[in-house]
Design a binder for this molecule. Structure first.
Ligand SMILES: Cc1cc2nc3c(=O)[nH]c(=O)nc-3n(C[C@H](O)[C@H](O)[C@H](O)COP(=O)(O)O)c2cc1C
Length: 305
C-alpha cells in the first residue's frame, strides 16, 4: 500500500466519530502527530461538553484566578487591590452558584408563557428572532404542540428543490446538546443516508419556515448541528430511525424561552447572534472583495431586506 494512502487511513481512524467541521479543521494541521493530538483534545472537549456541565463550569478558572490574585496582592500588602479582586471573585462565585441552582437543578420561580408575535410580518420576525439557548422547564401546551405540528406537516409537504424525501421527527426528551440548556422538545431533520446536496438545502428551507412559524407563535428555537450528540438522538428515535437508510442533518430545539440563562450562555449568545452588516454579506463580484452598494439602484429597491 502506498505510504500516503496508509497515512490517510490511519488519520481517518483517529478522526472517526468527529463531525465534518472538526475534521475539516483538523485536516488543515500538516503534521500527523499534532493532528492526532488536536483530535484527542477535540474528543476530550466533546466528552466534557456533552456531560451537560461545561456551560456552568467555564467561570470556575476565572473565579480561582481572581481569588488567588486577591490572596497574593493582600500578601504583598496591597490590601485595597486585593479586596477588589476578592469582590469580583465573590460576585462571580455567586453568579456561578445561582446558575447551577436555577438552571442545572431547575430550582426556580415558575415563568409565564411568552406572548405571540402574530402582529409581526416575516421581516420583523426574522429581525426579532434570536437562537434560544435556555428553555423553560415546562413542555409545550397541547394547543402549541398541535399548531407546531401543523406547520411541520405543512412545510414538510412543501415543493422541494431535490427529489429526496425530507422528514422531521419530533422527540420529547432531553437530548444531549451543546450548549443549549433545558431543551426537552426537538425536531430532528432526517434525509436519506446517501449524500445529496439538494436534500440538505431542502432541510434548510423547510426548517427555516417552521422556525419562522414557531417564532410567530412566540416559541424559542435553536438549530443544533455540530452541538448535537447523535448517539443520544438515535437512542430516542428508536424505531423512527433506520441506520441503513436515514441520515440526521441537524436538530432544532423548540420550547419556551427562559429568563434564567447561565453566564457563559449570555456571553455565547451575544457573540453568536451578532449579525454582519450588508457590506460584509453582498459583493459586486464573485471574488467577494468589493461590497455591493445596497443604497444604489437597483439594489436599493430591496429596502430593508
Ligand atoms: C445548520 C445550523 C447548525 C447550527 N448548530 C448549532 C449548534 O450546534 N449549537 C448552537 O448553539 N447553535 C447552532 N446553530 C445556531 C447558530 O449558531 C445561530 O443561528 C447563529 O449564530 C445566528 O444566531 P441567531 O440564530 O441568534 O440569529 C446552528 C445554526 C444552523 C443554521
Amino acid at each position: 500500500m502506498p505510504k500516503n494512502q496508509s497515512n490517510t487511513q490511519k488519520s481517518d481512524e483517529f478522526m472517526q466519530g468527529l463531525g465534518a467541521n472538526e475534521r475539516a479543521l483538523l485536516e488543515r494541521i500538516p503534521v500527523l502527530f499534532l493532528r492526532k493530538l488536536a483530535a484527542a483534545m477535540v474528543r476530550a472537549k466533546m466528552r466534557v461538553q456533552f456531560t451537560g456541565w461545561l456551560q456552568y463550569m467555564l467561570p470556575v478558572p476565572l473565579i480561582l484566578v481572581l481569588f488567588i490574585t486577591a490572596g497574593m496582592t493582600r500578601l504583598l500588602g496591597v490590601m485595597q487591590v486585593g479586596n477588589g479582586f476578592a469582590f469580583f471573585g465573590t460576585l462571580l462565585l455567586m453568579v456561578f452558584i445561582f446558575d447551577i441552582f436555577t438552571v442545572k437543578f431547575r430550582q426556580r420561580l415558575p415563568e409565564g408563557l411568552p406572548k405571540r408575535n402574530d402582529d409581526l410580518g416575516i421581516f420583523d420576525l426574522m429581525r426579532a428572532r434570536r437562537s434560544c439557548r435556555s428553555f423553560q422547564t415546562r413542555k409545550l401546551t397541547p394547543d402549541d404542540y398541535k399548531e407546531l405540528m401543523e406547520y411541520v406537516q405543512l412545510h414538510s409537504e412543501l415543493a422541494m428543490i431535490g427529489k429526496a424525501p425530507v422528514r422531521f421527527e419530533y422527540i420529547a426528551a432531553p437530548l444531549t446538546v451543546w450548549p443549549t440548556v433545558n431543551a426537552s422538545e426537538f425536531l430532528v431533520a432526517i434525509v436519506p443516508n446517501e449524500y445529496n446536496r439538494l436534500a440538505v438545502i431542502d432541510v434548510g428551507r423547510s426548517l427555516q419556515k417552521i422556525v419562522m412559524d414557531a417564532t410567530r407563535m412566540g416559541l424559542g428555537t435553536c438549530w443544533i448541528g455540530p452541538g448535537a450528540d447523535h448517539v443520544s438522538i438515535k437512542q430516542h428515535l428508536g424505531d423512527h430511525f433506520n441506520p441503513e437508510e436515514d441520515h440526521i442533518i441537524c436538530v432544532c430545539a423548540v420550547g419556551y424561552k427562559s429568563a434564567y440563562i447561565p453566564l457563559f450562555l449570555r456571553i455565547f449568545n451575544s457573540q453568536m447572534s451578532r449579525r454582519l452588516p450588508l457590506s460584509s454579506l453582498f459583493f459586486t463580484g464573485s471574488d467577494f472583495k468589493e461590497p455591493l452598494n445596497v443604497d444604489a439602484y437597483p439594489f436599493n429597491r430591496f429596502g430593508r431586506n
